[in-house]
Design a protein around this ligand. Structure first.
Ligand SMILES: [Zn+2]
Length: 457
């Protein structure tokens, strides 16, 4: 990054315009989980495609989703012959704005004390915006990029990318690149940038317990028939042992074993229990015995109940519900095979089902775990860019979350993917009052600007 790029990144008027643009982007309620928001997702995609064109990228396009699914946005700049092609990935869909507890309206971006508050501010609109502004920084000052770039912005990441594999069958060639950069994670602290080498996979499973053909009067039938809510509770309780292991036969069979040395290195770069739990309001950590809190959440698999629904809770109603529903998320690590593990969990659920009710299970989505090494020169380039802007070397770490696109790109294109998070653990992603620190945004833009140059050969 030369003087001109530096000046552009630091210019007060440019920064004010960037914030105005980011506010416009964040105002779209692009919630992929809500079918009612489909048109908002499409307007947001149109806005992005227009913005990419405005930045000077070629071939901006809204790529329609399959079967009415959310669209993706694409653009490229391939005018640097002989130079590598970098794929910039991000997602413009966001989590629903609930739960309540927002101090500002989630889709009216608000600047308070050096932070911008809005749903998607950190996950992932704010972070992908940093990529776009790095492209702007080059194009506005030099009218060219140091390398070739393709931009792919996805619209259904927050629902676990259900159409990803069909989408990549169709668009794989268009997206083909030498290396990818993804900013959709966090760094441990503003003083400690990090690159994520491992992500967990995810299988989401729906479980329904059905009892009677209609709700029953709990006075007439209570004590005489089985109750789907109680059976569901027993099944869910049966999926863990008391001490915190997942009680599904074969669940841990293919889990990658880490050497004592690798665990020590991971530990040195990981959050302490105290930092891990900061601000979440839990009295202590809990989980699989024999592992640290950070290990439990990154290099060990987990089975989590993400929602339960049944009966009547708004007041007293004398009823035995006819059905009860639960949703599960199984976070998997290398070298587990998601479909196999999901099957083991469903087998266990059916085993735990008594003859007095029926259960139905369904896998809603599957994504593979990611396990990379930092041996490709792209990681060294990222290290140099980070050091230039943040003054320190990034640490290599693991993240317990899942990014389906990273897993799919890794498996299909076998390219190195630099997962360089610009968020912070305290950003409250997926929760009320999500925000992004402007200092993270501006340094993120400078980092990506520098990274583009570091990749030039
Ligand atoms: Zn995200």
């Amino acid at each position: 990054m030369g003087e001109r790029q530096l000046a552009h990144c630091r210019d007060g008027a440019v920064r004010r315009r960037w914030l105005a643009e980011l506010c416009e982007f964040l105002a779209f309620p692009s919630v992929s989980a809500s079918p009612a928001r489909q048109s908002d997702l499409e307007s947001c995609a149109d806005w992005l495609a227009g913005h990419l064109q405005h930045l000077g990228l070629d071939n901006p396009a809204v790529l329609p989703g399959l079967d009415g699914a959310a669209p993706s946005v694409y653009a490229d700049w391939l005018r640097a012959p002989g130079q590598p092609t970098l794929l910039l990935y991000g997602h413009f869909d966001v989590q629903p704005a609930d739960p309540t507890g927002w101090h500002t309206p989630p889709f009216q971006p608000t600047l308070i004390g050096g932070r911008i508050y809005a749903r998607g501010a950190s996950d992932d609109k704010g972070q992908l915006f940093a990529h776009l502004k790095a492209l702007e920084t080059w194009l506005a000052t030099e009218r060219r990029l140091p390398i070739n770039v393709k931009v792919w912005l996805e619209g259904e990441e927050e629902i676990n990318s259900p159409h990803l594999s069909v989408f990549l069958d169709r668009e794989g060639r268009r997206l083909h690149s030498d290396v990818a950069l993804v900013s959709d994670t966090e760094m441990p602290s503003p003083k400690q940038p990090s690159i994520v080498l491992g992500l967990r996979g995810n299988a989401t499973i729906e479980l329904e317990v059905r009892g009677s053909s209609r709700d029953l009067h709990s006075g007439r039938y209570g004590g005489a028939v089985d109750n789907p809510v109680e059976v569901l509770s027993r099944i869910l309780a049966g999926l863990h042992t008391r001490d915190g292991h997942v009680a599904v036969p074969g669940f841990y069979r293919r889990v990658k074993n880490w050497s004592a040395e690798a665990r020590r290195r991971l530990g040195a770069n990981s959050l302490s229990d105290e930092a891990f739990l900061a601000g979440v309001g839990m009295p202590c950590a809990a989980g699989e015995p024999g592992f640290t809190t950070f290990e439990r959440a990154t290099i060990r698999p987990a089975l989590t109940v993400t929602g339960v629904q049944s009966g009547y809770t708004s007041g007293d109603k004398s009823v035995i519900p006819a059905r009860a529903l639960a949703r599960l998320s199984v976070r998997m690590v290398a070298d587990q095979e998601p479909s196999q593990v999901a099957q083991l969990v469903m087998d266990r659920i059916h085993q735990l089902t008594p003859g007095s009710v029926r259960t139905r299970t369904r896998v809603n989505s599957l994504s593979h775990p990611v396990d990379m090494s930092a041996s490709h020169p792209a990681f060294a380039a990222a290290e140099r860019a980070v050091r230039r802007v943040w003054g320190v070397r990034p640490v290599y770490t693991r993240n317990g979350g899942s990014i389906s696109a990273v897993a799919a790109l890794r498996r299909r294109q076998r390219i190195p993917i630099v997962v360089l998070g610009l968020g912070l653990p305290s950003d409250a992603i997926h929760a009320a009052n999500e925000h992004l620190h402007l200092s993270q945004l501006f340094r993120g833009i400078a980092t990506v600007t520098q990274f583009l140059e570091e990749l030039r050969q």
